[in-house]
Design a protein around this ligand. Structure first.
Ligand code: SF4
Length: 314
C-alpha cells in the first residue's frame, strides 16, 4: 500500500501510506469517516476524487482507474474483516463453503486444494477441521470472527482492513482475537488498517495511529507518541475518555457535546465548537496537518500544537 487519498462528503484531504508489514490504527468517534475511508480504499465505495495506490508485485497500481475485471484481479490482495461478522457470513452456507468462497471466486487451486487450505487455516485460527461441516449459527461471536479471519486469509492477501472486528465482543474475547491477529500478521507478513472508535483497542496492535474527526486527519504519529505525548486536543480527549484515572482535571478535557453533521462541518478547525482550548483563530482558519516540532514522523492539525501542554492519562 503506498498512498491513499480519499475525498467525499464524509472524508476529505486524507493522505497517508501503509508500509508492508505495518499495522496502522485508525481511530475516531462514530461519524468521523473511518469506515467510509476503509471502504473507499478497497473500492467498496467509489471516491469522487483522489488517488489510491497499491503495490502489486513491486508495481504501484492506481486502483481508482481500474475496470471491474481488473479490480477483481487485484482484490485478492486485500480483504476486510467486519464488526458484524454474522451478517457478513451467509447463514445458509456451511463454513467450508464460506471460507473457500474467495478461492472459488478467484479460481485458485482444485476443490481438494481449497479444502486443504481451509483445514490448515481453521486450525491456525484456533478452530477445528470438523467445524467446516457446521453453520454460522453454531458458533459464538468470537468463533465467528475466527471464521471471518479464515475466510479473509484463504486467498493469501497482503493487506487486511479490520473494521472494528472486536467491538461487539466481550473484553476477554477481544484480547484473544487481537493476539491472534498479531500472530497472523507476523506469520504472513500482513499489513493491517485497524479501525476502532476508541484508543484502547488499537493500543497493542498498532505501529502508527491516525486520529480522525469529521473526515479529516487530526493527528498521525507512532503508537508510543500518541499514548505518551499526544499533540492534538482531540487525541488528548480520546485518551481521557479511556483513562482509568478519575482525576478532576479529566472533566475539563472531555469533549463538549456531540460530533456535528459531517455534511455540514464547522468553519475553521472542525473541532472548535467542542475544544476546550479553542481561540478566535480556530473559528475561522482550518489548521493544516503539520510536522510536530521535536518529533519524527508525527503530524498534527492544530494551531496550538507547539504551545499546548497536553496531559497524558494512563
Ligand atoms: Fe482546538 Fe483550536 Fe487546536 Fe482546533 S485548532 S484543536 S479548536 S486549539
Amino acid at each position: 500500500m503506498n498512498r491513499i487519498v480519499g475525498y467525499n462528503k464524509s472524508v476529505n484531504d486524507v493522505d497517508f501510506t501503509i508500509k508492508k508489514g505495518e499495522t496502522v490504527g485508525l481511530v475516531g468517534e462514530s461519524g468521523s469517516g473511518k469506515t467510509t475511508l476503509g471502504r473507499c480504499i478497497v473500492r467498496l465505495y467509489d471516491s469522487t476524487a483522489g488517488s489510491i495506490k497499491f503495490n502489486v508485485n513491486g508495481k504501484m497500481t492506481e486502483l481508482t482507474n481500474l475496470s471491474t475485471k481488473e479490480m477483481k484481479n487485484i482484490r485478492k490482495n486485500f480483504q476486510m474483516l467486519f464488526q458484524d461478522v454474522y451478517s457478513s457470513l451467509d447463514t445458509r452456507m456451511k463454513i467450508s463453503k464460506i471460507v473457500t468462497e474467495p478461492l472459488d471466486i478467484h479460481n485458485v487451486g482444485t476443490k481438494k486444494d481449497r479444502i486443504e487450505r481451509a483445514k490448515e487455516l481453521m486450525i491456525k485460527v484456533g478452530l477445528s477441521e470438523n467445524d467446516l461441516e457446521k453453520y454460522p449459527h453454531q458458533f459464538s461471536g468470537g468463533q465467528r470472527q475466527r471464521i471471518g479471519i479464515t475466510r479473509a486469509l484463504s486467498i493469501n492477501p497482503e493487506f487486511i482492513i479490520c473494521d472494528e472486528p472486536v467491538s461487539a465482543l466481550d473484553v476477554s474475547v477481544q484480547a484473544q482475537i487481537l493476539n491472534l491477529l498479531v500472530d497472523l500478521k507476523n506469520e504472513f507478513n500482513l499489513s493491517y488498517l485497524f479501525i476502532a472508535h476508541d484508543l484502547s483497542v488499537v493500543k497493542y496492535i498498532s505501529d502508527r495511529i491516525i486520529v480522525m474527526y469529521l473526515g479529516k486527519i487530526l493527528e498521525i504519529a507512532s503508537s508510543s507518541d500518541i499514548y505518551e505525548s499526544p499533540r492534538h486536543p482531540y487525541t488528548e480527549a480520546l485518551l481521557a475518555a479511556i483513562s482509568k484515572n478519575k482525576a478532576g482535571s479529566k472533566r475539563d478535557i472531555l469533549l463538549k457535546g456531540n460530533i456535528p453533521d459531517p455534511s455540514n462541518p464547522p468553519s475553521g478547525c472542525v473541532l472548535h465548537p467542542r475544544c476546550s482550548y479553542a481561540r478566535d483563530i480556530c473559528k475561522n482558519i482550518s489548521p493544516e496537518l503539520m510536522p510536530v516540532k521535536g518529533k519524527t514522523n508525527a503530524f498534527a492539525a492544530c494551531h496550538l500544537t507547539n504551545e499546548l501542554n497536553l496531559k497524558y492519562f494512563n
